[in-house]
Design a binder for this molecule. Structure first.
Ligand code: HCA
Ligand code: CU
Length: 375
């Protein structure tokens, strides 16, 4: 199957995102987020466990009842009480997990691998009497020896479950390791495979992409990447990765909404969109040095792998600094309705450089200088 056909986004701003330090979404905000992400076109929404709090349970029921196109999942402990609550509150899918690494098994639940398998099988059997998608994930999969992972996944996949998940819970995996591990699991199971990657060491996007290449079908993302600690694979960054390779991977999403989504979540959790954010950061499409601006003005593809217009964004050519070039200056003059000869544009650029050596300039300084040529 082609990547474009099998890549599904599991948008977990309403679960992993709620684990971001400053996220305290109200019921109204949760509903707004679900509706906006549905309008954007993500395939799945993952919501906080109904066992987390009474309001979380009510909000799950409300959002599951909205009739969204996206399937509404909830994330619970692999526990009969929790998954029962999930189905009672209308979840269309239940994502359960168990920690399998030595480190987490000791501090988290103290169970052996065999006990994990037996317990998971009971929970899965219970869920199989309801019309819900079932996913079982190994938490901390990348600090779990591969043989242990396979020992757990084989019998779990044999239950006929829809999906198994691999979580890089502590953000330790490398892209090549993800490829190897997901590839090995892919060779052993026939169900769908989900990947969830944290960004502690800056590999969350690369790891998610490698998981996809190795056969994963579902990738977890959040708006701006918010989540526990410094978060997980960001929706926008992952789309940037996909879009630059093949537009067919992203054309089903309402890409022009991305900025609005990033801004909405930034406002709700009280942060700014980072300047260096993929696609929606303030400088994501800003070109500065003369060599760059000259080339970009001639053909944007020279220094842009993504078309800003695809995401409702615009390109900025910075002209008022000492690295400016005469092409950029001439372009700014054209925008102001002033036609410069090459010699005039070169002279104006030289004056900008000299002025910029003296003091920081603002855009008005260049415009003022260019108006002299209009007279
Ligand atoms: C956590 C759980 C999780 C779960 C991922 C999954 C993780 O530690 O909060 O269910 O696939 O990172 O392991 O978010
Ligand atoms: Cu996580």
């Amino acid at each position: 199957m082609q990547l474009a056909e099998r890549c599904c986004l599991v948008e977990t701003t309403l679960r992993e995102g709620e684990q971001f330090f400053s996220a305290h979404f109200t019921s109204e905000q949760r509903k707004m987020i679900a509706q906006a992400l549905d309008a954007f076109g993500v395939e799945y929404l993952e919501l906080t466990s109904p066992a987390a709090s009474p309001q979380s349970a009510r909000d799950l029921a409300t959002i599951a009842g909205l009739g969204l196109r996206a399937r509404v999942l909830t994330h619970t402990r692999c526990h009969l009480d929790d998954v029962r609550l999930a189905v009672e509150h209308g979840a269309q899918g239940v994502n359960v997990l168990f920690a399998t690494s030595e480190q987490l098994r000791q501090v988290s639940h103290g169970r052996t691998l065999d006990e994990i398998i037996e317990h998971a099988q009971q929970v899965i059997q219970f869920l199989q009497s309801y019309p819900v998608e079932i996913r079982f994930s190994c938490e901390d999969a990348f600090r779990t020896p591969l043989e242990d992972l396979l020992r757990v996944y084989r019998p779990i996949a044999a239950t006929g479950i829809h999906r198994i998940g691999l979580a890089d819970t502590v953000g330790i995996a490398t892209p090549s390791q993800v490829k190897e591990v997901v590839g090995a699991v892919r060779a052993e199971v026939s169900c769908d495979i989900e990947f969830h990657g944290h960004n502690d060491t800056g590999c969350a996007i690369a790891n998610a992409f490698c998981a996809l290449q190795a056969g994963a079908t579902h990738i977890d993302v959040t708006v701006l990447g918010i989540g526990e600690r410094n978060g997980i694979t960001p929706l926008g960054g992952f789309l940037a990765r996909l879009a630059s390779l093949d537009l067919r991977l992203v054309e089903r999403y309402n890409l022009a909404m991305l900025h609005e989504l990033d801004q909405m979540i930034a406002d709700m959790v009280g942060i700014q969109i980072p300047f260096n954010n993929y696609i929606t950061g303030a400088t994501a499409f800003t070109h500065k040095a003369g060599m760059h601006t000259k080339a970009v003005l001639a053909d944007p593809r020279s220094y842009e792998v993504l078309d800003p217009a695809l995401f409702g964004r615009t390109r900025t050519v910075a002209t008022v600094h000492r690295l400016t070039g005469w092409h950029a200056v001439a372009e700014r003059a054209r925008e102001l309705g002033i036609t410069l000869s090459e010699a005039q544009a070169r002279a104006a650029a030289a004056r900008v450089k000299a002025m910029a050596d003296e003091r920081p300039l603002n855009p008005g300084d260049l415009d003022e200088l260019l108006y002299e040529y209009a007279e």
